[in-house]
Design a protein around this ligand. Structure first.
Ligand SMILES: NC(=O)c1ccc[n+]([C@@H]2O[C@H](COP(=O)([O-])OP(=O)(O)OC[C@H]3O[C@@H](n4cnc5c(N)ncnc54)[C@H](OP(=O)(O)O)[C@@H]3O)[C@@H](O)[C@H]2O)c1
Length: 346
């Protein structure tokens, strides 16, 4: 569907804005190559809305899509030779400015958060079932930080690990995007949380509710003389065998990510092997692939409204500095979430 066939609810301002600024990466390579360019404003098709982007979070996935690494991601639909979607970004918080045919959940003017392909731009198209109403309690900037990372944390802690009150939970990568939300969600469930993070970010993890923080640079956590009922691994670099050593005999290990590894499949080998090893032990070992949808975003919004979850320390970057944001995240220079602020709003 093109812009002229979009819903008549499209406002005049958007109709006039036929082009927009966007952060693009047309070839796989260093994220430093991400640059701002002028591209056409997309038009919403059936079941889609056009969002005027206010803020959009940065997560590890953006680095993977910019670099095309590991190579397997190119084969699973993101573009064999170059990114299929050159406009980067997935997280989004903003205002609906046009609706496509058949959209029933949103009208122009609604404040929303969720995921949209190509959200590092002034406007982005989102499927209506990938959006929810922005929690009133939170700013656009905070809401933009949440969708990918907080939904992954929600699925890891509540749906996959089924964390219960009183359990001992270890969260690796506790200072990062997924981990900072996972700490809060596990604490809200009544768990005793130990976080693993670098010393510089330990205070942040404590503020999120962790009872204890272990610095992975000075302590090999898998050598601890204790065991955990649940391990959520968003640090993504520790071997399955080592993690099993500190998991209780009937405990659950959730492998959220997979970093490092070879150029073909990267660190995802652990998640492929985990279910097979699970067959021969009472420990439950599992990977997970999160998918943001309206139901999960609604659950997240309720946690936010209750005060249990917020976006931890955030670093904001204007659209023109998207390359710096992705580079800083990959280099470990970001605590919590990096956020691209497209409109200068709170
Ligand atoms: N399964 C899914 O659907 C899904 C969804 C979202 C993300 N992910 C994956 O989850 C992982 C985390 O993503 P993210 O966006 O949260 O990344 P992030 O924000 O970059 O956080 C990475 C975390 O890992 C920690 N870390 C770095 N090196 C470490 C080491 N050697 N040992 C232990 N911890 C270490 C960092 O600690 P410091 O910063 O304190 O050094 C930080 O807390 C990535 O692999 C990502 O691809 C998967």
């Amino acid at each position: 569907m093109n812009a002229t066939t979009a819903s008549s609810t499209e406002p005049t301002a958007t109709m006039k804005a036929r082009s927009m600024k966007a952060a693009v990466q047309r070839h796989y390579g260093s994220p430093e190559q991400i640059h701002t360019d002028t591209v056409a404003v997309p038009a919403p098709g059936e079941g889609e809305v056009l969002v005027e982007v206010h803020a959009a979070g940065v997560d590890r996935g953006v680095w993977h899509l910019a670099t095309g690494r590991p190579l397997v991601i190119r084969a699973i639909g993101f573009g064999l030779r170059r990114p299929k979607q050159p406009v980067m970004g997935s997280d989004v918080a903003g205002v609906v400015t046009a609706v496509g045919a058949g959209v029933t959940r949103f009208v122009v003017g609604d404040e929303v958060f969720g995921t949209a392909d190509g959200s590092y731009a002034q406007f982005a198209i989102a499927k209506e079932d990938r959006l929810a109403a922005k929690p009133a309690r939170t700013s656009m900037t905070e809401a933009g930080a949440m969708p990918v990372s907080a939904v992954a944390a929600l699925q890891a802690v509540e749906d996959t690990a089924k964390v219960e009150s009183g359990q001992r939970v270890l969260i690796l990568g506790a200072s990062g995007g997924v981990g900072s939300f996972a700490v809060q969600i596990a604490v809200a469930a009544g768990a005793h949380v130990t976080g693993v993070a670098s010393a510089a970010k330990a205070e942040l993890v404590r503020e999120l509710g962790a009872e204890r923080v272990i610095d992975y640079r000075t302590t090999e956590v898998t050598e601890l003389d204790e065991q955990f009922d649940v391990i959520i691994d968003a640090g993504s670099l520790t071997s399955l065998g080592r993690l099993r050593r500190i998991l209780s005999p009937t405990g659950t290990l959730v492998l959220v990510g997979g970093e490092g590894g070879d150029s073909l499949i990267g660190g995802s080998g652990r998640s492929l092997v985990a279910p097979l090893v699970s067959l021969f032990t009472k420990q439950r070992l599992t990977g997970m692939i999160s998918a943001t949808d309206a139901v999960l975003l609604g659950r997240l919004a309720m946690l936010v409204e209750s005060g249990a979850v917020h976006a931890a320390a955030t670093s904001t970057y204007p659209l023109e500095r998207t390359a710096d944001a992705v580079t800083d995240l990959a280099a470990g220079r970001v605590a919590g979430k990096a956020i691209i602020t497209v409109r200068d709003v709170a």
